[in-house]
Design a protein around this ligand. Structure first.
Ligand SMILES: Cc1ncc(COP(=O)(O)O)c(C=O)c1O
Length: 326
């Protein structure tokens, strides 16, 4: 990115696209799938962009002072990106996250010197749960800067200004379909908006958890994928403000076991070890690439982070059996 005075910020973005040639050939898929490899950001995920966008905007607005406490509600990756930037720029940081967040993500946040506060998953599932948690976070930290990845416009803006233009540049404008997961909606809304403005025919597709992989109050402990949230059927008022429903043309459902299997396949067939949200995105991309009308099209799949930060979630019985077979 563009600030030559800041070495950490300057390392964020400009991630490469990897064509998944073997994956497509083995399945007879006639579209081209390009993976945007966001694990190559300095703190390891697409959320480094979000963190940098939010901090840069807040600094420009004069909202941060040295030693300032940053707080947010995060599935881990935003916390990791913000914690790294806070360390690099002299702020403190504290993140509220689901108790089920992977151990690796929590450990990484601590390594950067930030604090974490676990919140029981059931609290997120209660009606109005997320809003109640946000109210409490604000109340408990009255002097902190609430980075607010769910509603801060700097989140989608950084994707509009960097992720989208990089995809446009690196495909020479050939991108036809963008596939991404929805957490805050920042990635899909900002990137999708940019690409559609350049080329109105671009289709934007979101992957969502299939019904069997959505936790409910009755079944709060189903295996879920961090960073993949359901949007269809959810009341608009409960969705993150940064999710722009107008940008998304279609949704493809994915069970958690399909996401984990696709992530394993990606490692074995392409040597790219990605996290389960990327597995979900790849699952959706391969469904799209298999459709006759998409022959010859270029699909860009957002590979949000690396698989290392989820290794402790592996279950021994899944490792061999859950690899997708072409
Ligand atoms: C691993 C992972 N993938 C995808 C996403 C979705 O990104 P966004 O919040 O921009 O919608 C997130 C964030 O929630 C994430 O942590």
């Amino acid at each position: 990115m563009d600030d030559p005075r800041d070495h950490f910020g300057a390392l964020i973005g400009d991630t490469p696209l990897l064509e998944l040639r073997r994956f497509c050939e083995r399945r007879g898929l006639r579209a081209r799938i390009l993976a945007k490899v966001e694990a190559l950001n300095p703190a390891g995920s697409i959320k480094d962009r979000t963190a940098w966008g939010i901090i840069r905007a807040a600094e420009a607005e004069g909202r941060l002072v040295p030693g300032q406490l940053l707080v947010d509600l995060t599935s881990g990756n935003t916390g990791i990106g913000l914690a790294a930037l806070a360390a690099a720029r002299g702020y403190r940081a504290k993140f509220y996250l689901r108790a089920s967040t992977s151990h690796e993500k929590v450990a990484l946040i601590h390594r950067y010197g930030a604090e974490t506060v676990p919140i029981d998953d059931a609290e997120f599932l209660a009606p109005g749960g997320v809003d109640a948690i946000i109210d409490r976070v604000r109340r408990d930290n009255p002097d902190a800067f609430y980075t607010d990845q769910r509603a801060n416009p700097a989140n989608p803006r950084i994707h509009h200004d960097t992720t989208g233009p990089e995809i446009w540049r690196d495909t020479d404008g050939a991108v036809d379909i963008l596939v991404a997961a929805i957490g805050t909606g920042g990635t899909i809304s900002g990137t999708g908006r940019f690409l559609k403005a350049r080329k109105p025919g671009v289709t934007v597709v979101a992957v969502e958890p299939a019904p069997g992989s959505v936790p409910t109050r009755e079944r709060p402990h189903v295996d879920t994928v961090e960073g993949v949230h359901r949007v269809t059927g959810v009341e608009a008022g409960l969705l993150p403000a940064n999710f722009d429903a107008g940008v998304v043309d279609a949704f493809i459902p994915c069970e958690t076991r399909e996401a984990r299997a696709a992530a394993r396949t990606l490692a074995r067939e392409e040597g790219l070890f990605a996290g389960p949200s990327s597995g979900a995105v790849l699952h959706a991309a391969s469904v799209l690439a298999g459709r006759r009308e998409h022959a010859g099209r270029t699909i860009v799949a957002i590979v949000a982070d690396g698989g290392e930060r989820y290794l402790s979630q592996d279950r021994a019985d899944e490792i061999e059996s859950a690899v997708e077979r072409p």
